[in-house]
Design a protein around this ligand. Structure first.
Ligand code: ZN
Length: 241
């Protein structure tokens, strides 16, 4: 959602939130106690509930050619960003991204901006591999499932990646993500899950952190809308240098 309001340009996301409750203050505006779903809102004019908490204004109206980028920030970029933050991508880390759709590719970009040292994109499509490399991927792995996880281990001295973003949401991709993560590492999952079953015992022995869900895009909007904010801030929210 990106709309002109009178003379001000504002960006929101797929949940309206008050941005003041304890859940919002912790950075989980998508689970705000007052949240209102906005996911199906596409209109020329829109009444936005909880507008003060939901919308972030730009200092001045942006050039027309920037507007599609603000739209991406409100949805797929914010989601890819959350995947990378949930996976604790950052300096010195090896990050693997499962999934090469818009969210996966933007998770590659997010990992790069968050300072990851090595970024492995898991993709079989040449055009998407090319984009992943443009966005900061250092390696491409074409194998999937257990083979894909084994390939990530090969590339990381048998250990697995520190951070893995799961941006697909199938049984195979989820297991691939967990199997690609080293003990103590983090899986950030942002692919909407479809009938994924996890064996508790498998999770128990994996020693990985698993965190994800619908992205609290509102947390990241100020950073995503202002590239001058410090990119390596670990919270991903952005801080003034
Ligand atoms: Zn709230």
């Amino acid at each position: 959602m990106a709309v002109h309001v009178l003379r001000q340009f504002v960006v929101g996301s797929f949940w309206a939130s008050d941005n003041t409750c304890q859940i919002c203050q912790a950075g989980y505006q998508c689970a705000c106690i007052q949240r209102v779903g906005m996911g199906s809102a596409q209109a020329e004019r829109l009444r936005v509930p909880l507008a003060d908490g939901t919308l972030v204004a730009t200092p001045e109206p942006p050039a027309d050619d920037l507007i599609p980028s603000f739209l991406a920030a409100s949805d797929v970029l914010g989601t890819g960003w959350f995947g990378a933050v949930a996976a604790e991508a950052g300096p010195g880390k090896t990050v693997a991204v499962v999934g090469d759709g818009a969210v996966g590719l933007l998770a590659v970009l997010a990992a790069k901006q968050l300072g990851a040292e090595r970024i492995i994109a898991m993709s079989r499509h040449q055009s998407r591999q090319k984009l992943a490399l443009e966005y900061g991927a250092t390696d491409i792995v074409e194998e999937r499932g257990e083979e894909g996880a084994a390939r990530i281990k090969d590339l990381t001295d048998g250990l697995g990646a520190h951070s893995v973003v799961e941006a697909v949401g199938t049984q195979e991709s989820f297991k691939q993500a967990i199997g690609s993560t080293r003990p103590g590492g983090h899986v950030g999952f942002v692919g909407v899950l479809h009938d994924v079953q996890l064996a508790g015992e498998e999770l128990f022995w994996s020693h990985v952190h698993v965190h994800g869900g619908p992205a609290p895009v509102r947390r990241f909007l100020p950073r995503l809308m202002d590239p001058d904010l410090e990119p390596s801030d670990r919270s991903g929210q952005g801080l003034r240098p």
